[in-house]
Design a protein around this ligand. Structure first.
Ligand SMILES: [Zn+2]
Length: 220
């Protein structure tokens, strides 16, 4: 091969490699959760409304937020599974203890796939109507849970301008969650301002993007 032609091929190979490299880099930047498996669990559903205020039910609000969360996670490249994407509970007609049956099946569902992060989405309630703010609870069964909880809480403080302390929980669901996973209480239905915000699409999207950014930070 003549020298000039030889140089041309080397140059061409170099340019193509550079293009593939920068394209891959751009993809990684745009899709920071590429291939990551996240399980989103909207609490309650079906016969179990969760906490309520008049006709407003936790099961409906957490489903709205979780569907938005699924979309924002997928936009960043994650593979997202959900315990439910409609108004249903997971108990069986044969379960003597319906709630336990429901929770048990949620556990089975996310253990059935190689879940890397489990996010349980709920809404809070308090006798004190001034209580407000998004809150994160974790069980120390996995040492990564506290780190995930801290990242989430820090981003909630920045994005939602609310401030609460991280708490530990010993609820059945979380003491059996061995992979990194936390309980996210998105706000209080018992607080009038937050009750209004939690129903708004813009606030639900804000919550979804704050949680998504926290998941990205967690994997980094
Ligand atoms: Zn709940």
């Amino acid at each position: 091969m003549p020298y000039k032609k030889y140089m041309f091929f080397i140059l061409l190979t170099f340019i193509i490699s550079l293009a593939i490299f920068s394209k891959t880099n751009a993809m990684i930047n745009e899709l920071p959760l590429l291939g990551r498996i996240v399980f989103v669990d909207p609490g309650h559903g079906g016969r179990d409304p969760g906490t309520m205020y008049k006709n407003l039910m936790e099961k409906d609000i957490v489903l709205d937020i979780s569907l938005k969360l699924r979309d924002t996670l997928m936009e960043k490249g994650a593979i997202v599974y959900m315990t439910r994407d409609e108004d249903e509970d997971l108990s069986s007609r044969w379960d003597e203890r319906k709630k336990r049956g429901d929770l048990y099946r949620r556990l089975l569902m996310y253990k059935d796939v190689p879940t890397e992060v489990y996010l349980s989405i709920h809404i809070n309630n308090d006798n004190e109507s001034s209580s407000h703010g998004a809150e994160v609870l974790y069980h120390p069964i996995n040492k990564e849970n506290e780190r995930l909880a801290k990242i989430l809480m820090k981003n909630f403080e920045n994005d939602l301008k609310t401030s609460r302390v991280i708490k530990k929980t010993d609820l059945y669901m979380y003491r059996n969650t061995t992979i990194p996973g936390v309980l996210i209480e998105c706000g209080f239905l018992s607080n009038s301002n937050e009750r209004y915000l939690l129903q708004r699409e813009s606030y639900q999207k804000k919550l979804a993007s704050s949680i998504t950014n926290s998941v990205i930070e967690f994997f980094n």
